[in-house]
Structures are given as structure tokens and as C-alpha cells.
Design a protein around this ligand. Sequence first.
Ligand SMILES: Nc1ncnc2c1ncn2[C@@H]1O[C@H](COP(=O)(O)OP(=O)(O)OP(=O)(O)O)[C@@H](O)[C@H]1O
Ligand SMILES: [Mg+2]
Length: 510
Amino acid sequence: MYLKPNKILSSKLSRRRLWVHPPEPPKEFLLSDPTKGVYLSKTKLLNVPFFWDFRMLINPHISVVGVTGAGKSYMVKTFLTRANLTWGTNALIIDWVGEYNSWVEQTGGEVLRFGQGSYLNLLDLAGMKPIQRIKQIVSALDILTDIGKYSIQKRFLEQALTEAYKKKKFILTKFENKNPPVLEDVIKELEKIKKTQKTEKKKDEVQECIHRLKPYVMKGNDYFAHQSTVNLDTIIKKGLVNIDLHELPSEEMRSLAGLTILQMLKEKMRFEGWSPDKGLKLFIVADEAWKIAKDDRSDLITIVREGRKYQFGLIVASQNPTDIHKDIFSNVGTLFIMRLMFKDFKDHVRSSLNYSDFVASQIDKLGVGEAVVYLGYAQKTDFSNIILLDKIDGEEPLSYYKLKGDGMEINFEKEKFKRQLKEFGLNTKQVQDVCSTFEEHDNTIHIIQLINKLERYGFGPSTIITFMREMGLKEGELIPLFSKLQREKMGIDGDKLVRLVVEDEEIKEN
Ligand SMILES: Nc1ncnc2c1ncn2[C@@H]1O[C@H](COP(=O)(O)OP(=O)(O)OP(=O)(O)O)[C@@H](O)[C@H]1O
Ligand SMILES: [Mg+2]
């Protein structure tokens, strides 16, 4: 047998892209008309600008994984800003830790704070029939509590929910736009059901069911027990909205809020249906939603599995890939893998995607803001659908730092603030230290934190007061602040301090 050399045109050869390892998708799959795609950064291998375009992908859902500080939120912020410019896409962020607040406020968006005056009635119908919503409520409690193990309790809960809607004159198979019942009504129905039970055992089961609901109606914990103050119809059309859940007292409460919002939006968007020419109306972001990103029954997973059925894209971000259900990885149209540290985490991602050793070695080398991106193209392709991206080319989304005090808030333009710190006498390292404290806390710190730092650098109280005055703090704000600081240092209650003396100690270091 002979090996016969074949004549081959160089253009044919180059199309095989033998020299690129791994081959990137061809340019036409990466580049897009800037008015049609969202630019993120350039590819590492061929330096081609990468534009994310949902029309090329199997679905618009995105997952982002990476250690803390890898640049997930930065990427999401850049992405949402540009998606809004390009397609007018609105965004609703379900924010577990409150890290998007100042960015959303400064970009002119709206922040809704659960635990601080925003309520969501768990029995809200959000356009659904009571019979549908009852199923969803039971399913949410099934995921978040262990009620699923007690089928008899689940049945009592369903019965009480049904009675509560009926009592308010709802027809179970029809959506009606009127005030639905609240959790207290469901508890009342359970009390009634308990009375009608013949055996002690059954009475106990109903009582158990009541116990499960009680924490949600307790004063101070009743975030889901009043008529909704949040109107989902309007907040999904408002540009950028952040739902800050970090003030809620437990992970269960945060998850219940997240899951409920998803359940309700999913039904709303199902009516609209998917069509690429309608564009992409909304992104729903779930950052660190670990509890609801893992459970098989969670709507987060159903939405991703169902792909293009809805007129919105989901963005699921997490520090820990093992907190994200494998179905999310294997079904999302786009997966951003950012810096990962632990072997377990890397193995989890790799077992869902099956990439080469080369890609694995690239993941090991990722720096802040860089990503390995998996793209699920809508059409069948014969090229690699993994790209290596340089540091996300973001526009500095936040240019302000915020100082918070009791009942006050001051914004400082970042660069100017840095200059002022330098003029005040801080060295470069100290300026960096102050700035990173801001960055670690969503660009917002308490003024006492800043004063403590300045004192640690060796500045005396009177110098600090002069600085604060220059920064624009008013006398009426400064005195209570320093007296509070002094009280804290002396470990005494507020009322006992009658005179505040501001005097400088010797400067310790500079
Ligand atoms: N592409 C980038 N270009 C410039 N700075 C970046 C980039 N990505 C991240 N950073 C900076 O790195 C820091 C951490 O980024 P970010 O808050 O996005 O991390 P994260 O992955 O969301 O972390 P966490 O899991 O703790 O929320 C921020 O100060 C951010 O400004
Ligand atoms: Mg983050």
C-alpha cells in the first residue's frame, strides 16, 4: 500500500485550521454586527472580538462559575449594560448578598429591598389559576422544607390553600384579578381542618403543618404574609431592577423569595412564547442562588431544560459549580468558566462538558476577568465550540464610592476620592487598602470603618475631622459620629457620655 500525496489548495487547508489548538469557531460565529450582539472581549488564540448573540445559540440561558473575585459579577454587569443598549433588554437581578445595589442605583435602576418594606404575597396568582399556584406553593415548600416526606401533611396543606382561595370567592380554574388570600387565611383553614379530624394522629399531622407555616407569619418575619408591594408586571419592564434579598433572615427565606419570583415570572413569560425576531425582553439573574440551583424540581432548572420556550434568558452565577445542577451546565446555551480553585469543582464542570486536557490546562491558568466559554450553537457545527476569552473588556461600571453613616449617605467620585486621600497624607499602599475595602463591600462602607482605618494609619481625631469636613460632611453629622466612636471605644452606653473631647494623640505611623 502506498501513501499518495494529495494536491490541496491552501485555502482548503486553512479552513481545517490544523495549526490552532484547540480550533476556535470561525469568525462569523464570533463576530457580530455591534448593533446585534453583545461585545465581551477578544479571544485569546486569534484575538477575534467576541460578540454574544442569542440568535446563534440553542437558548439564551447563561451560567457563570468561578471563585470569589474571579469577576462573575463584573461580567454580568458589563453584559447587562450592553444587552440593554443593544436590544433594550430589561434585567431583574435576584441578589442573594446585596452586591448589585449601588451599581443598579447608579445606572438609574431600581432596588427593591426585601426585609425592608417590600412584601411578596406567597398566594399571589400572578396571572395564574388558583389550582396552578397551589401546586407551585406546595412544590416550593417541598424543595425548601422536608414536607415532601410527609405526604399526609402535603395533602392538608393543599386542602387548606384550596379552602382559603374559595373563601375569598375564587374559582379554582380561573384567574381573577382581585386580592388573593394570605398565609394567615391558610393557617385559619388548617385550624378548621384540625378540628374535623377524628384521630389524634391526624390532628397532630395538621398541627405539624401549622407549625411549618407559623415562622412565615411571625411579626418581623412576615415577608410573604401580606399583600404584595412588588408588582412583577411592572418591574420586568423597568430597565434594571435589583431585588435585594440579603436582609432576609435565613437562606430558606431568600430561596423562597427567589423561587416564588421565578415561578411567577415563568408563567407570565410562557404566554409570550419564544421567537427570535421578538428579541430578548428580559434577563433574570440568580447570583449565588445555590439552594434553588441544585434541586431537580426547582424552576431554575426547568426553565433551562425547556430552553427557548420563554421570552427571557436566565443567568445563573455561582462560586461553587457543585451547587449548580448538572442539567444546567449541559443545557445552557452559554457557560462561562472563570477562575476555579478546587479540584472537585473543576471535575464537576468537566464531567458535564467533557472537554480536552488542553482546555482543562487553560482553566487552571485563568486570571481575574478571563474565561473559558462553552457555546451551544443552534445549528449543527463541526468546529470546537469552546473559546478562551481575554479579560472581559468592561466599561468601569461603577465610578463612585459610597460612605454610609447613621441616616446619611455620601457619594464620592472614585478617582477624586483617591486624590483626596493622597493629599490628606495617605501613602499609596494605604490608599489601595481603603479602596479595596470599598470594592469588597459593593463600593459602600460605613464611615466609622473609614475613621478606624485612618486612626490606624496614625491620624488623630482632629485631623480626621478636618478631612471629613473637606469631604463635605456637615458639623451636625460629625459630632454624633465621633461621640458614637468614643462610646464604642470606652464600651459605654450612649446616654452616659455627657462630654466629647476631641484631642490628638501622638501620630503612630505614617
Ligand atoms: N474583567 C475585569 N476587568 C477589570 N476588573 C475586574 C474584571 N473582573 C473583575 N474585576 C474586578 O475584580 C473584583 C472582583 O470581581 P467580582 O466582584 O466580579 O467577582 P465575583 O466573581 O463576582 O466574586 P464573588 O463571588 O465574591 O461575588 C472587582 O473589584 C472587579 O472590579
Ligand atoms: Mg459576585
